[in-house]
Design a protein around this ligand. Structure first.
Ligand code: OGA
Ligand code: MN
Length: 277
């Protein structure tokens, strides 16, 4: 079997066909997938039929799974998999949908010192309509900034916590993942050396040296300005899709364009990354 990689948009994303992740990938296929991932930043591997163990094994080819701060959503048989089930959403005490699948453009787990390099979602149950996910190429976002603003952004550091996520996280997870950590607002990709705007706005307490309101306003305004249609790919899920994105260079959001009670179930794995620099 030889893999075929087809771009999904001008900005980012590619579809991978001709691969069955239940089987051992040849060295050539694996290298092609790794190269495609670095080039396209989002890969959609189509038509997969994986049980949780096979899903774990396939994902390990691309990195080392790490713990997620959703201990209450863990799949018992494979504890590194978190089950995101939209039907659980209304069960939150404040009545809001769970923040996995946040409706704001974000990178995942920015509250950790070494945030994941990759997030993987495998579609288990899809709604009849909607449930789409947006991806934005944050290298392009950075490149589009005026030169003087690049200089400014290069110096900015965000302080990140689980602050606003607190009521969705168990006390034990809060203990483990809740400590503030500082990240550059523009990070350099460890493989390509390219810069990207890097932020998970919900977790930002402030930008170092700036007040909270001013920091949040700046980040909101920055995202609105740079995340334009020409840097976005919007994914319409199909059964069997296994999708992985590069958290170092891609912002994503859930469009939440479906009936949450109908059921949308994703199996989620995150892979260890470096300390952002
Ligand atoms: C996530 C996430 C979006 C979606 O899993 O981190 O943001 O559409 N998911 O499920
Ligand atoms: Mn996310």
């Amino acid at each position: 079997m030889t893999i075929k990689v087809t771009p999904l948009s001008d900005a980012l994303g590619a579809e991978v066909t001709g691969v069955d992740l239940r089987e051992r990938l040849s060295d050539v296929d694996r290298k092609n997938m790794e190269d495609a991932f670095i080039k396209h930043l989002v890969l959609v591997v189509r038509d997969q039929e994986l049980n949780p163990r096979q899903y774990m094994t396939a994902t390990r080819l691309f990195g080392k799974p790490m713990r997620q701060y959703f201990s209450d959503m863990i799949l018992e048989e494979q504890p590194e998999i978190v089950v995101i089930d939209s039907r659980e959403a209304p069960l939150l005490p404040n009545g809001e949908p769970r923040l996995v699948g946040s409706g704001a453009w974000h990178s995942d787990h920015t509250n950790t010192l070494q945030p994941p390099k990759v997030t993987v979602l495998y579609a288990i149950v899809l709604p009849r309509k909607g449930g789409t996910t947006g991806f934005a190429n944050m290298h392009m976002a950075y490149d589009a900034l005026p030169e003087d603003e690049k200089v400014k952004v290069d110096q900015m550091r965000t302080v990140n916590t689980l602050g606003k996520v607190i009521n969705q996280v168990s006390t034990a997870d809060l203990e483990e993942f809740g400590k503030p950590c500082v990240h550059p607002l523009a990070r350099t990709h460890p493989v390509t050396g390219k810069k990207a705007i890097y932020v998970g706005p919900v977790k930002v307490e402030c930008i170092v040296g700036m007040g909270q309101d001013e920091s949040r306003r700046y980040i909101r305004e920055l995202q609105e300005r740079v995340i334009q249609p020409d840097i976005i790919y919007r994914h319409y899920w199909k059964p069997g899709d296994l999708l992985m994105w590069d958290n170092r260079s891609v912002a994503h959001k859930a469009f939440r364009d479906y009936d949450h009670m109908e059921g949308r179930i994703m199996h989620r794995i995150i892979l260890e990354g470096d300390v952002p620099v």
